[in-house]
Design a protein around this ligand. Structure first.
Ligand SMILES: [Zn+2]
Ligand SMILES: [Zn+2]
Length: 152
């Protein structure tokens, strides 16, 4: 199980590097480290949790601004999502287009988050926006509740 997860993390990290290369974005070691922490965690972390993780890994406390800068870069390049309801960050598991609608199922008990990019919902939202003459920039839904394990 642990091994599978590590493999998946590596695959995703390689995909992230590819994506940056294609778009001419520079995944510096500091940015990469934040992405790696979020990928390994597999659930959302706040900026201060990230500072603690970096401090634990490097033995030095990073300045909050450097963490926020790295997060801004990762957000801009679609590698990380911000969960508004939690003020926390989550590695993107899908490598979808920036404009794709994203649904987060957030467990209020254990904090697990599932990311989904449902195509049918995307079509519904596109026609809704078209009817209203509205141009969506971001389509992110956060649904709170209980995950399968916690509701059993
Ligand atoms: Zn995503
Ligand atoms: Zn749960």
């Amino acid at each position: 199980m642990q091994q599978m997860r590590t493999k998946q993390t590596k695959g995703t990290l390689a995909a992230a590097e590819d994506r940056c290369r294609r778009e001419g974005a520079k995944l510096t070691p500091a940015r990469r480290q934040i992405l790696e922490i979020l990928m390994e965690e597999g659930r959302p972390l706040g900026a201060y949790d990230l500072i603690e993780r970096v401090a634990a890994a490097t033995g030095k406390h990073p300045a909050p601004i450097s963490i926020y800068r790295a997060l801004d870069f990762l957000l801009e390049n679609g590698l990380v999502h911000r969960l508004a309801s939690r003020n926390a960050y989550l590695a993107c598991a899908h490598g979808h287009e920036e404009k794709d609608p994203v649904v987060f199922l957030i467990c209020e008990k254990c904090g697990a988050v599932t990311e989904a990019t449902p195509k049918a919902l995307g079509r519904d939202l596109a026609s809704l926006a078209a009817e209203e003459g509205f141009k969506p920039r971001a389509q992110i839904m956060e649904i709170a509740g209980l995950c399968r394990a916690c509701s059993e």
